[in-house]
Ligand binder design. Structure first.
Ligand code: NI
Length: 447
């Protein structure tokens, strides 16, 4: 009997642990999100990364983030005065495809000069085998790397031709050679293997990062069969958002609550769960780089009649970056939003409210006239007081739905203002005020 128990008990423990692992890691994938914003006189710092409760990954992400932060603060502390605020923007993108987690920690640093310095940190994690892998994990045999190199070399030169650029062939060759460091940023999409070459890797810094896609058809003797297609089928479903009858809103004062820097599954949900109580619709200015990880909550926000606007892809200061990067920041966000809700964003709020007069966003630019400073205080009562004290007809309130204190503060303010005000989206406010919003015009309020 004892012997049987000796066998059965460990088996039970293994089953319990395995199901806990399944529930917390495979199913939920990310459990907690760390978001840090600091807005000081000399610098702005915005760091986002998930805690996956996997020691193999979490430690690596954290130590990368900390080293970048230390480097940045050293430079800030050495500098007495800055013309444009120095910036450290760290974001993490995570997606799962066929038991592999693809994790990219993206770092954009601005410490003076003409442009941001971009840096990536990529991790590939095999969930089934519980280990970190690299591109060779996907290869069929020992010849695969050489074959991939030839294809990559060809596709980079193709890219140059297609974009009317002249790349130095020797440079391309050295940047695509079959070495691990040349292939540390890749993913599989619905067309094939997507490889990103960093600025300066295959062409000059000014050419930026070069992304190529090698179609699955060409990879059949290079990549293992199981990775040769993408089983994530894109459902082309038409989303029809809730539309409300605005006629009854004419007699009250209007207030537009706007939330930047999300979406954020946990905290955006708290807000959405309570909006009905106040017959409220709000506006979200979302960051492109967060959409993949928080797509369900974004879809829900849209379906429930809230408005979705762009806050660009990487939260960069549009005043500093080049025309090409700004265009990419805007287009990539449009595409990311469209891939989830089926339509482009209708309005934009550039980070810091900074607009570059040379760049057309082709959307109305929505700024604000009530700044809650919610990111600074992280106090729901202070947030609510600030809104209630400054509320006036046609006002636009600036908030961030990545903080629990901000969404709770917004709901407290709605509770206190609900008899006097209606809470509407920017679009609804424009309709009710009979105002047509013009592309690339700035709006601080709508009257
Ligand atoms: Ni922002």
């Amino acid at each position: 009997m004892k012997r049987v128990l000796k066998i059965i008990i460990p088996i039970i423990i293994i089953i319990v642990l395995a199901s806990l692992f399944y529930f917390f890691f495979l199913r939920k994938q990310l459990i907690k999100e760390v978001s840090i914003i600091k807005d000081e006189e000399k610098y702005y710092l915005k760091i986002d990364y998930p805690i996956l409760y996997n020691s193999k990954i979490d430690k690596k992400i954290k130590s990368y983030v900390n080293s970048k932060k230390d480097e940045f603060m050293k430079i800030v502390n050495k500098t007495d005065k800055v013309t444009h605020k120095y910036e450290l923007l760290i974001q993490t993108e995570v997606h799962k495809n066929k038991d592999i987690l693809y994790i990219t920690v993206l770092n954009n640093t601005y410490t003076g000069g003409a442009h941001y310095i971009k840096d990536y940190y990529n991790l590939y994690y095999d969930i089934k085998e519980d280990k970190l892998v690299d591109i060779t994990h996907f290869f069929k045999d020992d010849n695969s790397f050489n074959k991939l190199y030839k294809l990559a070399h060809y596709y980079v030169l193709e890219y140059a031709t297609a974009n009317n650029k002249n790349f130095d062939e020797a440079w391309v060759r050295s940047g695509t050679e079959p070495k691990l460091e040349n292939y540390d940023y890749f993913t599989f999409n619905n067309k094939g293997l997507n490889i990103t070459f960093k600025p300066y890797q295959v062409a000059s810094y000014a050419d930026g990062e070069i992304k190529i896609t090698i179609p699955y058809e060409e990879l059949s003797d290079i990549i293992k069969d199981e990775y040769l297609s993408n089983n994530i089928e894109k459902k082309e479903e038409k989303l029809i958002p809730e539309i409300r009858d605005l006629s009854k809103y004419k007699d009250k004062k209007l207030l537009a609550f706007t939330f930047d820097d999300g979406p954020n599954t946990e905290t955006t949900k708290i807000l959405l769960d309570s909006l009905n109580k106040y017959d409220a619709k709000v506006t979200f200015f979302v960051l492109g780089n967060r959409i993949n990880r928080h797509s369900e909550i974004l879809k829900r926000a849209y379906l429930e009649g809230n408005q979705i606007g762009s806050h660009t892809y990487n939260h960069k200061n549009l005043k500093i970056i080049s025309y090409e990067s700004a265009e990419r920041e805007i287009n990539d966000t449009n595409n990311a939003i469209k891939s989830v809700i089926g339509v482009n964003p209708s309005i934009i709020r550039p980070p810091y409210g900074n607009v570059n007069p040379n760049i057309n966003t082709n959307m109305p630019i929505i700024l604000w006239n009530i700044d809650t400073l919610d990111w600074k205080y992280r106090d729901k009562n202070k947030v609510a007081d600030k809104i209630v004290e400054n509320a006036r007809d046609g006002a636009i309130v600036l908030l961030h739905d990545i903080y629990k204190s901000s969404v709770e503060g917004a709901l407290l303010a709605m509770e206190r203002l609900k008899d006097e005000y209606y809470f509407v989206t920017i679009e609804e406010m424009a309709i009710l005020k009979n105002k047509t919003l013009e592309n690339d015009q700035k709006y601080f309020n709508i009257k």
